[in-house]
Design a protein around this ligand. Structure first.
Ligand code: SAM
Ligand code: SF4
Length: 338
């Protein structure tokens, strides 16, 4: 099968899954230090290791030419990358040319008051905003540095600019489990979908994730007692399973890497800000594109993309057994891009 615009072969893995979705981390840096994501005294990568904006665009273009139709920028915090609008506008132009169907962003929301209008003008239609608590003290404790009012102002700015907002909430046992129902009611009142995410065993303190892990199967039972939830037909090819919340038009998504494996329909790959393709969030196998981008290897980007496809595993190894998380990876989520 060939891409209809470029006549290049589309990206297909050995399990017959077509790759149409790229998640690209544009920086490992962030203005927050969420406990489940980063160490408090996180050491960031030397700048020379991080791809330039031009190199990031070259990666996106290579994927677009091979059939990728959707790109999500992430990080670290994508909106703290200097001159990020240059990349967003360049990718927005690809939307205009029909080479991409969607350009989106996962953000902690702190910079949205500044950027929301520009994002909408670039052609973005939706953003995912991570918000684990609306309680100011709790939000500060989870993020170590954050002010929840800044994020709420960011959500206001995004909605004012016409962007659809989906809220991502990592469910952390003993920290925000008592707030999930209120968050769903709040999101639904504002016309926003809510996706709940199980804490994944990633980063340099994987043992700490055991204590934080809250199985969403139990959370769902609790929510069903409070809301009318019906399984939704909505499918993104992504990891979330969706429920319609009453007749509000709001959808509840559940990302359950630990309690219900979601790999069968996986249509995505992730590229880090250093140019490594991780074929799977939950495995350490990767292929380095940076040497090809910098002319330091005879292999072309296309050859490396083909190699990456052959190496895409059938599923990740994360699991929760007897309350203990297994299959963890030492990589930080902020390197790979969540
Ligand atoms: N800074 C942006 C943000 O927070 O939305 C984008 C990058 S962040 C790494 C992307 C998503 O990964 C966020 O929703 C965050 O909550 C989630 N995340 C980070 N570490 C995680 C972990 N150990 N388990 C589950 N989700 C995690
Ligand atoms: Fe930063 Fe996002 Fe990680 Fe929080 S989850 S530390 S906001 S990259």
């Amino acid at each position: 099968m060939f891409d209809q615009n470029t006549a290049k072969p589309i990206l297909k893995d050995p399990f017959g899954r077509t790759i149409t979705y790229l998640r690209l981390s544009v920086t490992d840096r962030c203005d927050l230090r969420c406990t489940y994501c980063m160490a408090e005294d996180m050491t960031f990568l030397p700048k020379r290791e991080v791809l330039s904006l031009e190199e990031l665009l070259a990666v996106c273009t290579a994927f677009i030419h091979r059939g990728v139709r959707k790109i999500r920028l992430t990080g670290g915090e994508p909106l703290v990358r200097r001159d990020i609008l240059w990349l967003i506008n360049a990718l927005g132009a690809q939307l205009g040319r029909g080479m991409l169907d969607e350009l989106t962003l996962t953000t902690n929301g702190t910079q949205l008051p500044r950027f929301a209008g520009d994002l909408a003008r670039a052609g973005m239609r939706r953003v995912n905003v991570s918000l684990d608590s609306r309680d100011p003290d709790r939000f500060r404790a989870i993020t170590r540095l954050g002010d929840v009012r800044q994020v709420e102002a960011g959500i206001d700015a995004a909605q004012d600019a016409g962007l659809r907002v989906k809220v991502n909430m990592v469910a952390v046992r003993g920290v925000n489990d008592d707030e999930i129902a209120d968050m769903l009611a709040w999101c639904s009142g504002r016309g926003m979908d809510l996706t709940l995410i199980e804490t994944m065993p990633m980063g340099d303190d994987i043992a700490a994730r055991d204590a934080q892990f809250l199985p969403l199967t139990a959370v769902l039972d609790d929510l069903k007692a409070k809301f009318q939830l019906t399984p939704s037909q909505h499918q993104t090819g992504g990891p979330a399973r969706y429920y319609d919340v009453g007749t509000s038009g709001t959808r509840l998504g559940l990302i359950t890497p630990l309690t219900q494996n979601f790999c069968a329909g996986c249509n995505r790959v992730r590229v880090t800000c250093t140019g490594r393709i991780y074929m799977c969030l939950g495995q350490d196998d990767h292929i380095d594109l940076r040497a090809a981008l910098r002319g330091e290897t005879p292999h072309s980007l296309d050859t490396l993309l083909d190699r990456a496809m052959l190496a895409k595993p059938e599923r990740h190894d994360f699991a929760a057994e007897g309350g203990q998380l297994t299959g963890g990876v030492g990589r930080h989520m902020s390197h790979t891009g969540g």
